[in-house]
Design a protein around this ligand. Structure first.
Ligand SMILES: C[S@@+](CC[C@H](N)C(=O)[O-])C[C@H]1O[C@@H](n2cnc3c(N)ncnc32)[C@H](O)[C@@H]1O
Length: 382
């Protein structure tokens, strides 16, 4: 673990490594589901450094939190930070698309065998400041490091392996779709050329320089570092972030009791679009338009708690620049229903779908590589 500049000799604790975004807004939105319940249970699907969880445990004194993270280092640091809460906090090292299993196995226990269904789910998506700051994790274009970018360093394909194995067409697709990079064909061509010359890029610094050299000089002068979008795209691809999110959201909604609340914070438009679609689908009737009477089974099962996404204000952005891109959306489960729509992704567990097939929101974009190979999603421990 590397110590941050300014704290010579001492590795910073979890609290110093990441500032939770829109903290009070998250807790206020979750409060009605947590405060008048005898033994409320929340799943934090993205535990990270445990900042949101710590504040929730402090504010709601009967609350138990089950914290999920795919990053073993985050689990270790947050567990240390939250040890003072004893059995009110439990950590699970897995991906958040396994939230249904976690809800049944852990939340059931937390409720002493009481009814299933958790009271709240929080998801603060993306990478933590810890991951960005740890140079050797390879997430940052600013400092030289091996090209890893896996959130779970115990499994999955590294960015280096992806760059060595992907075809030019796949690279273009990844850069364009996940990075919205307009110079994707030039960058992909340069990557493949270097590979064919036996000099494949081997570090974050080499990749950042290759991208800089591949984009036209005029484009280098605006929109931040020219490698920013390429690094984002590779990170999303390496961790199958959109596929995992797409699987996770319906399962998170199914884990909630009636009256339970889901809060999701996204930091880039592809994620936010998926969240928006899933919540909008649950808040809309699934009956064909024009029916005089909407059958119970087709009625909405969610109430939107946010209309449009909530953003950070200027003050928060100034003190925590990471909050500049946040988009927060929240919903409440209003009734038992058929399972939440699964966005066309096959769900391996749970009961068979009922007679009314839900309207399917659009799928998240999947790379040609992901479509060809069924890969372990982001190194989930299956
Ligand atoms: C933005 S941070 C969360 C910070 C946390 N709210 C806090 O206050 O400290 C996001 C965390 O989610 C984790 N993560 C991202 N994708 C995940 C996934 N699919 N499953 C589980 N954890 C994931 C990352 O490893 C990271 O630690």
């Amino acid at each position: 673990m590397t110590a941050r500049a300014g704290t010579p000799g001492a590795a910073p604790g979890a609290a110093q490594r990441h500032t939770p975004v829109l903290l009070e807004r998250c807790l206020d939105l979750l409060a009605p589901a947590l405060q008048d319940v005898p033994a409320p249970v929340m799943i934090d699907g993205t535990l990270g450094m445990g900042g949101h969880t710590e504040a929730a445990l402090e504010r709601f004194e009967r609350l138990t939190v089950i914290g999920i993270d795919r990053d073993a280092q985050a689990i270790a640091l947050a567990t240390e930070r939250l040890a003072r809460f004893g059995p009110r906090f439990q950590a699970v090292h897995t991906t958040y698309d396994r939230i249904d299993e976690v809800a049944w196995s852990h939340a059931g226990q937390a409720r002493d065998g009481g009814p299933g269904g958790v009271d709240a789910v929080l998801m603060d998506l993306g990478v933590s400041s810890l991951q960005l700051d740890e140079v050797e994790r390879g997430f940052s274009y600013a400092r030289p490091a091996p090209l890893d970018m896996r959130m779970d360093q115990g499994s999955g394909t590294t960015a280096q392996e992806l760059l060595e194995q992907a075809s030019q067409e796949e690279l273009v697709w990844i850069l364009r779709t996940y990075g919205e990079e307009r110079f994707a064909p030039r960058i992909a061509a340069a990557l493949v050329r270097r590979r064919e010359e036996g000099r494949a890029v081997g570090s974050t610094a080499e990749l950042a320089e290759l991208v800089r050299a591949s984009v036209p000089a005029a484009a280098r002068r605006s929109g931040g570092h020219p490698a920013k979008r390429t690094f984002q795209a590779l990170r999303i691809a390496v961790n199958s972030e959109l596929d995992v999110l797409q699987r996770a959201l319906p399962r998170a909604l199914d884990a909630l009791r009636v009256g339970g609340r889901l809060v999701v914070e996204s930091y880039q438009s592809l994620e936010d679009r998926i969240v928006k679609q899933v919540l909008a689908a649950g808040a809309a009737s699934r009956a064909p338009e024009g029916l005089p009477l909407i059958p119970e089974a087709d009625q909405p099962y969610l109430e939107l708690l946010t209309h449009g996404a909530i953003k950070a204000d200027a003050q928060e952005i100034e003190s925590n620049p990471r909050s500049a891109s946040v988009r927060l959306r929240a919903a409440m489960r209003t009734r038992e229903a058929l399972r939440a729509p699964a966005l066309g992704v096959e769900r391996p567990t749970g009961p068979a779908p009922g007679p009314h097939s839900p309207r399917q929101p659009r799928r998240a974009p999947r790379s040609p590589r992901a479509q060809r190979h069924t890969r372990n999603p982001g190194g989930a421990h299956r």
